[in-house]
Design a binder for this molecule. Structure first.
Ligand SMILES: [Zn+2]
Length: 103
């Protein structure tokens, strides 16, 4: 404070800056929450829905491999790591078994 009791210019600038910083943090938090809510909304909306035709997909487990199948458009979808799974020698034949479902 200056002798007059009013905040000095640098004090005032300090308070304005602090206030701006607080508001910036609130805005960033809100942005983050909005993104999270939007991601959650999209997840709820699209969960186990075929990305091609929008119908409900079915989870089929075959010899330790989880395959999401859309029987409406015959789409087959694999989660992360499952393609590598299918490549392993012990899973030989799983791919042809899957192909048989659509015959
Ligand atoms: Zn589909």
């Amino acid at each position: 404070m200056s002798e007059s009791g009013k905040p000095t210019q640098s004090e005032e600038e300090y308070f304005v800056r602090e206030d701006a910083e607080k508001k910036r943090k609130i805005a960033l938090q809100l942005k983050k929450e909005t993104q999270t809510n939007e991601q959650q909304r999209l997840r709820d909306l699209h969960w186990m829905r075929c990305p091609k035709c929008g119908m409900q997909m079915q989870e089929v487990k075959l010899r330790g491999v989880d395959v999401d199948v859309c029987f409406a458009c015959n789409g087959v979808f694999l989660d992360k790591g499952e393609l590598e799974h299918l490549q392993k020698p012990e899973h030989k034949g799983v791919m042809s078994a899957i192909l048989n479902w659509f015959k």
